[in-house]
Design a protein around this ligand. Sequence first.
Ligand code: ADP
Ligand code: MG
Length: 324
Amino acid sequence: MGEFDLIARYFTRPVRHAALGVGDDCALLAPRPGMQLAISSDMLVEGRHFFADVDPEALGHKALAVNLSDLAACGARPLAFTLALALPRADEAWLAGFSKGLLSLADAHGCELVGGDTTQGPLNICITVFGEVPAGQALLRSGARAGDDIYVSGTVGDARLALEALLGHIHLPGELLAQARQRLERPTPRVALGLALRGLASSAMDVSDGLLGDFGHILKASGVGACIRTDETIKLIAAGAYPSSATGQFDQKLLQQCTLAGGDDYELLFTAPPQHRAAVAAAAAQSQTAVTCIGQVQAEPGLRLVDAQGQPVEHRFASFDHFA
Ligand code: ADP
Ligand code: MG
């Protein structure tokens, strides 16, 4: 199968919103009047972001999910995406699985594949997503203010727990491994929540490299500090609620480490002023996405962790950095 047959078979779909999709030198998008385009790229490299033997359908899902998560973090509605793909060979079984995982998630979000590039080489997947947001309404990292509540959506830490198990560092009971692995391999982009938070959240981002490290970016961009409660964050790892006979083996430190500095969570981390508490709860209900308040923004710079009694917790959680 040649390059163009491959593109035609696996990556060419009729477009409904874009003015022009796959097949010409450029795709054409027509953003609606009053809208800004939100654009983001994420690259997934074999051996770095995923194991060589990962299920291709899950990989297709994740490649788009991590990009949709960036749109969610900006409160943007997905429109379209491009796919730049380097493949070692034209393996039809792999392509069928990969494109199925990719395009099912795309369809679920009405996000159209409008173009890309295909080349032979070590497996590497780079997606660029395009979304739209009313001009001036994008959720940014820079708007957190002292007194704001800090929230995180869904669960965090389970993806890292799965990674530790797959690397052989820890043992997880089968059922828990399956559940944690689902979080690692098939993250859920919180698009509906991001849309519902427009006009409510003062700042937002998605958690990809670890909760504390990522929140540091909001603090820096906003010029503020924060206090986070570890009794609230430890509840955010779904594994923590695993039947207690099985959790007996878990070191609370490991759960805390996965929760606060795990990475690969793709949850939304955001701040909102206390007067929006009821509206944030309504946004969570409307988007069927749980949110948990984990602390408060403070004027004093720096990130402080406290326990349930408000006593300081020592920490040295580092977030993921490709070059550190
Ligand atoms: P060009 O050489 O002009 O950049 P190509 O020959 O690389 O174009 O690609 C032909 C068409 O197929 C273009 O419309 C391009 O956007 C599309 N395309 C190539 N690879 C992919 C892919 N992996 N997924 C979707 N569209 C693709
Ligand atoms: Mg061309």
